[in-house]
Design a protein around this ligand. Structure first.
Ligand code: UDP
Length: 330
């Protein structure tokens, strides 16, 4: 198959490109490189530098490369920033996705796999969370993803566009070889911050609250390894190409969670020295427990995550950060 991977130079995109190549598919990446890195791509992948806010460029790429399917990762992803700059987020994530949808139905009407997020659920009491849980995103970021899911479904109904939506839980880790990983300028995620602290780039780790109704009092999240998530995209696009599971939405997670303390203990063990930790107040909007009900993707697509051991997950993140303390910058 030939794939157009939009946003393929980013963290999850670049791991997916690699897994697509390993599965024998041809890949063209379209990316504006606003947060992606050309260095994260294999040498045999064509990179089209273009922006989804330029509809003609998107159509031109589809016409020039004639892909059999499209995988769409391109988005701004910071929850806090989305609350301060909603216009930028709605324009980039929603209008950009609309341009892509329009370009697909006007050119080749090929299947689309879309990167969504557990943030579409907002705070929910459901443990674990099934795909049909109520959706009340609490951030502009989550809202842009939900709006895009709805647009995609409307294009399916009106134009027959085949699609799969993947809702990611807490994506983490890096390629086991340690050569590609998360290199986002402002890190907010627990495992990344812990690795930066271990490298001496930050003074200490804050634990945002230890009085939650969980066994150790800290929040529980479902940490899915980026390579397993990449495999989920390969499974999803291959199924769509075969005409199977069209218009499906899947949670992608392990189906069980780890607490903030468990994660930090794992980092201590992998790094070999304990990190400075400090207890801090709860962070606004953090639900106590977010765990995927991942049974649908397991049943339909045979999703079978390889990274279920927290120590192994953390080890891959640490290998990447230790070898690339400044990301892709030399
Ligand atoms: N967290 C923390 N200290 C940090 C960063 C995160 O205690 O420096 C906690 C955060 O409150 C949440 C969990 O770690 O309970 C995962 O947060 P992250 O930002 O990685 O992902 P989120 O679940 O918010 O998408």
């Amino acid at each position: 198959m030939k794939l157009l991977v939009v946003g393929g130079a980013g963290y999850i995109g670049s791991h997916t490109v690699r897994q697509l190549r390993a599965a024998g598919h041809e890949v063209v990446v379209l990316d504006n490189l606003s947060s992606g890195h050309a260095e994260a791509l294999p040498g045999d992948v064509t990179l089209v530098r273009a922006d989804l806010l330029d509809p003609e460029a998107v159509k031109a790429a589809l016409n020039a490369h004639q892909p059999d399917a499209v995988i769409h990762f391109a988005a701004l992803i910071e929850v806090g920033e989305s609350m301060r700059a909603p216009g930028r987020y709605y324009r980039n994530n929603v209008v950009g996705s609309l341009n892509l949808l329009q370009a697909i139905v006007e050119t080749r009407k090929v299947p689309l796999v879309f990167s969504s997020t557990a943030a579409v659920y907002g705070t929910t009491d459901a443990v674990p969370i099934p795909e049909d849980a109520a959706m009340q995103p609490e951030s502009v970021y989550g809202d842009t993803k939900l709006m895009t899911e709805r647009m995609i479904h409307a294009f399916h109904v009106a134009h027959g566009l085949p699609y799969t939506v993947l809702r990611y839980f807490n994506v983490c880790g890096a390629s086991p070889a340690g050569d590609i990983g998360e290199a986002h300028p402002s890190q907010t995620h627990l495992i990344e911050l812990a690795c930066m602290t271990a490298l001496g780039q930050r003074e200490k780790m804050m634990i945002f609250g230890d009085d939650y109704p969980t066994p150790d009092g800290t929040c529980i999240r479902d940490y899915v390894h980026v390579q397993d998530l990449a495999d989920a995209h390969v499974l999803a696009v291959e199924a769509l190409h075969a005409g199977q599971h069209v218009a499906a939405t899947y949670n992608v997670g392990l189906g069980h969670g780890f607490s903030v303390r468990e994660v930090l203990d794992a980092v201590d063990r992998v790094v070999g020295t304990p990190l400075n930790r400090e207890l801090a107040p709860r962070r606004a909007g953090d639900p106590p427990r977010l765990v995927a009900d991942a049974s649908r993707i397991v049943a339909d697509l045979g999703f079978s995550p390889r990274f279920t051991d927290l120590g192994e997950i953390v080890q891959t993140a640490w290998n990447w950060h230790k070898g690339h303390p400044h990301g892709f910058k030399k």
